[in-house]
Design a protein around this ligand. Structure first.
Ligand code: GDP
Length: 307
C-alpha cells in the first residue's frame, strides 16, 4: 500500500535536497513531480489540484524556519498537507451522552462491513465497552451467519432474530425480511440488556443502487445513529471516490473506514475520500483476522508515505 507513491515522493525530495536555495522554477518542477505521483497513485483530480496549489503557495511564501533547509521545508509542507487531506487530527468515536451509542455500518457488498463489525466489537470490548452486533443485512446469503461467527470469535453477542437469505445445497432459501424492524428490535434489546454500544451491520449491493440506499436510510432513521461509518474497499481505486459520494448523498456518513488496506493498491483513492466527502478516515482494516484493525492516524499515515 502506497509503496509506489512513497517511492516517487521520496525520490522527488531526494533530488531537491541537492539544492541550496530553491528558486520558483525548482519549486514548480517539484510540484509537477508531486502532481504526477499523486495522479499515478489514483488520487482524485480535484484533490490533486487543491493539494498541489496549497503546497506551491506555501513553499513559495517560504515560512522560513532556521532549523530546516529549503528542501526539508517543502517536505514538511507536503507532510502537513497530506495530514490535512487525510482528515487532520485523529477523530475518535463519538459516544452518546446517554448509552447506547449506535454505530451504523454502510457500504457496498464485499467492502468488509461484517468483518469490521467484529473488529470494532472486539476493539470496543477490549476497552471496557459492552457492544452488541445487530444483523440487519438480511439480503446477502449467509450474512447473518457470518456476523454470528465473527461475533463469537470477538466474544461479542449478536442480535439476529431473522436468519436472512441462506445458501443451501438446494440453492438460496429464505426471504430478505425486514431489516428496519430488526435494527429497531436490536436497539431495544440493547437498551434492555444495557449494552453501551450497538453496531448495526447493513446490506450492501455490488454497485450503488437506489433501493439499497433507501434501506440504509430507513435503518438510519429508525435507530438514529451517533456514527455512520462508510466502509470502503481501498482496492477499488477511483470507484471508491464515486461510491463515497453516492453514499454521502444517499445515506450520509460521519466517518470512513478504509478496508483492505493490506492489499496491493495504489492507495490514492483512499487518500481522496476524506477530502472529497469532508468526513475523516477513522479506522483501517488491514486483513481478514479480527486483530487486523487500526485506529487511523492521519499523521502516522502521512509519515509512512513520506518515509
Ligand atoms: P461485507 O459484504 O461488506 O459485509 O464484507 P465482508 O466483511 O463479508 O468482507 C468481504 C470479504 O473481504 C471477506 O472475504 C473478508 O474476509 C474480506 N475482508 C474484509 N476485510 C478485509 C481486510 O481488511 N483485508 C482483506 N485482505 N480482506 C478483508
Amino acid at each position: 500500500m502506497f509503496a509506489t507513491l512513497s517511492d516517487r515522493l521520496t525520490s522527488t525530495f531526494r533530488n531537491l535536497r541537492t539544492r541550496g536555495r530553491l528558486s520558483e522554477a525548482d519549486i514548480d518542477a517539484t510540484i509537477r513531480e508531486i502532481r504526477r505521483a499523486l495522479l499515478d497513485a489514483d488520487v482524485a483530480v480535484p484533490v490533486v489540484r487543491a493539494f498541489t496549489g496549497t503546497v506551491r503557495e506555501r513553499a513559495l511564501s517560504a515560512e522560513v524556519s532556521g532549523a530546516l533547509n529549503p528542501a526539508q521545508q517543502v517536505v514538511k509542507i507536503v507532510q502537513e498537507e497530506l495530514v490535512a487531506i487525510l482528515g487532520g487530527e485523529q477523530r475518535p468515536l463519538r459516544f452518546a451522552k446517554r448509552p447506547p451509542t449506535v454505530i451504523l455500518l454502510a457500504g457496498l457488498q464485499g467492502a468488509g462491513k461484517t468483518t469490521l463489525a467484529g473488529k470494532l466489537g472486539l476493539h470496543l470490548r477490549e476497552r471496557g465497552h459492552t457492544p452488541l452486533l445487530v444483523a440487519a443485512d438480511l439480503q446477502r446469503p449467509n450474512a447473518v451467519t457470518q456476523l454470528q461467527v465473527v461475533g463469537e470469535r470477538a466474544g461479542v453477542p449478536v442480535f439476529a432474530p431473522h436468519p436472512g437469505v441462506q445458501e443451501t445445497a438446494a440453492g438460496l432459501v429464505g426471504t430478505p425480511g425486514d431489516p428496519v424492524g430488526v435494527a429497531r428490535e436490536g436497539l431495544a434489546w440493547a437498551q434492555e440488556r444495557q449494552h453501551d454500544v450497538v453496531i448495526v451491520d447493513t446490506a450492501g449491493r455490488l454497485g450503488v443502487d437506489a433501493e439499497m440506499m433507501q434501506q440504509a436510510a430507513d435503518i438510519r432513521d429508525a435507530v438514529d445513529p451517533d456514527e455512520i461509518l462508510f466502509v470502503v474497499d481501498a482496492m477499488i481505486g477511483q470507484d471508491a471516490v464515486t461510491t463515497a459520494q453516492a453514499f454521502a448523498e444517499g445515506v450520509g456518513f460521519t466517518g470512513v473506514v478504509l478496508a483492505k488496506l493490506d492489499g496491493d493498491t495504489r492507495g490514492g483513492a483512499a487518500l481522496s475520500i476524506a477530502s472529497v466527502t469532508g468526513s475523516p478516515v477513522m479506522f483501517a482494516s488491514t486483513g481478514e483476522k479480527l486483530t487486523d484493525f487500526e485506529v487511523f492516524h492521519p499523521d502516522r499515515m502521512a509519515s509512512r508515505i513520506l518515509d
